[in-house]
Design a protein around this ligand. Sequence first.
Ligand SMILES: C[S@@+](CC[C@H](N)C(=O)[O-])C[C@H]1O[C@@H](n2cnc3c(N)ncnc32)[C@H](O)[C@@H]1O
Length: 496
Amino acid sequence: MKANWKNRTLFHGDNLGFLRAMNSESVHLIATDPPFKKDKDFHATPDSLAKGASFQDRWVWERDVHEEWVDQITDDFPQVMNVVNGSRASYGNDMGAFLCFMAVRLLEMHRILKPHGSLYLHCDYTASHYLKELLDAIFKPKNFQNEIVWQRTTAHNDSKRYGANVDKILFYTKDQKKWTWNVQYQPYTEEYIERFKRHDADGRAWQDDNLTAYGLSGGGYEYEYKGKKALWRCPKETMERLDSENRLHFTRTGGIRLKRYLDESDGRPSQSLWEDIGPLNSQAKERTGYPTQKPVELYERIIKSSSNENDIVLDPFAGCATTCIAAERLKRQWVGIDIWDKAEEVVLERMEQEGLVEASGLFNVDRPRQGLLLYEDLHFTSEIPLRTDDGAFAAPPLKTIKKTRLEEPPGPRISRERMYEILLEEHGSRCAGCDREFDDSRYLELDHNTPRSDGGINHISNRILLCGPCNRLKSNTFTLSGLRRENKKRGYMASQ
Ligand SMILES: C[S@@+](CC[C@H](N)C(=O)[O-])C[C@H]1O[C@@H](n2cnc3c(N)ncnc32)[C@H](O)[C@@H]1O
């Protein structure tokens, strides 16, 4: 599906509206760094480029959670609501409020991702465990790829416990089998380099490696080479070629080993512990003073690993646009969203400093281009784009949505509480799944007759009341008739 916005757009406003307005399956990579739930406010450094910027990272259920979000999640994604409710029970309503805020947005991000796309969610110990549960519920556990641990500072002083000096980045893919992946290499450590102790006459450093195939599952080649008979990893012709290229090391004890040169190694394939990307120090050139700004190098690694040139990268919590800068440097298309209203000025200035935008081009768009971006190439807007796809809301992660989704009747929406009352008035406190009548109507839960994921509408005509056991059984049988059949088979019907 094609993007319904221009490349290099920075949207200003609450990201939920923009995310809901983006076409399904239109983005290759989402790399984002939302608030972490730190229960404090963040302010930019005074007299910095980003001076005056601030954002709040405090959460209150009654104030921050919209009834509509609870409805959408409870009705369409009950497994997600279970995570939210679990966090309310174990941590408190404030964590539930943060997760609810994230859940509605992550559901849309899942919908917007292309089938082979990936999501990287930056967080820290405060909520990373709850966010992982949320992502398991939305993306499915089998699509979890890594929990990256980024050492964001060498030391964080804490007089009462270990210094918390790492952030987490949760990496999920949309698909279980196929996704964009370009292996990255990290520089070797000093200790590793020291292993290349031997040198050729021309100074090339090397270490030796085993050439025999004993104990390997793939078998090997048995032959004698220069007086040494063994089961070798390579056929005789390869051995001769290696010898002619001076790549064999003949040991004093008569063994033959392979020379591995330091200058031919790519480095260590990236692991999930990232200790080699330092924090932004106070003198860093890229520093804007924006609170919680992350190093461009960090997002460059993510973008290089999980996207290709010209792919579309989205950051819905863009801040001072670190992800967008990294994407621009790497020749990706990008789109950012942030609620902060001064992002435009800072991002332009940053792009100039980075040498990506031609400074004078801001005022003189008629000048011949010198390979740099001009002001007109960047788009800053608060206008919500129009969907050009089928307009479906967040697609359910467990089932494919039917194209023929029914329209909800026009008119004011009835609240969940009112639907509940109407059904009680009409049917009494009787479970629609097993016909049992309950003394206390609180045993009954509001559910859909035809599930939302099958196109069922959010209307009283499609609502039923189910007891807890039937509600759980229905999530496996999917339809009310299937549930009643299953109850009959098990002898659970009250009327029998
Ligand atoms: C941790 S900061 C991101 C910092 C960014 N990675 C950088 O390097 O500058 C989180 C950002 O989320 C933004 N934000 C919070 N709630 C938002 C919302 N509902 N919609 C859009 N942006 C939001 C804040 O304004 C803040 O800039």
